[in-house]
Design a binder for this molecule. Structure first.
Ligand SMILES: [Zn+2]
Length: 114
């Protein structure tokens, strides 16, 4: 239930922001989602629609999703490469001493509300 917890988390965050700013209706929320975060975009959109019906602030709101590409840094040769489809093995030197720099995050980029 990874996606459902993401939807709940994002809606909680947006709700807090709307309370602070006296906003009562959300039109859209734009999320930036890492390519290797494991989130299934279609599934997230379905859950958003379903959950929005139970939370008045989000009635009729749209979820927009933008993908952040996965980038991995190699500690051995100090270079970066696209995580997909290479995975943890550096294509430059073959080392596995690598770490993901971007691609695993979920960020609220923009909220349209009134
Ligand atoms: Zn390398």
């Amino acid at each position: 239930m990874h996606e459902l917890s993401i939807v709940s988390y994002v809606m909680d965050q947006v709700e807090d922001i709307c309370k602070e700013q006296n906003l009562t209706s959300v039109a859209s929320v734009t999320l930036e989602i890492g390519e290797v975060s494991g989130v299934i975009f279609d599934y997230l959109a379905d859950l958003w629609e379903w959950t929005a019906k139970k939370r008045p602030l989000f009635t009729g709101s749209v979820l927009r999703q933008e993908e952040i590409p996965g980038v991995t840094f190699c500690r051995n040769c100090q270079r970066t490469y696209a995580t997909v489809p290479q995975g943890i093995t550096c294509p430059h030197c073959g080392s596995q001493e690598t770490e993901l720099i971007t691609g695993n995050e979920i960020i609220i980029k923009e909220i349209e509300a009134e």
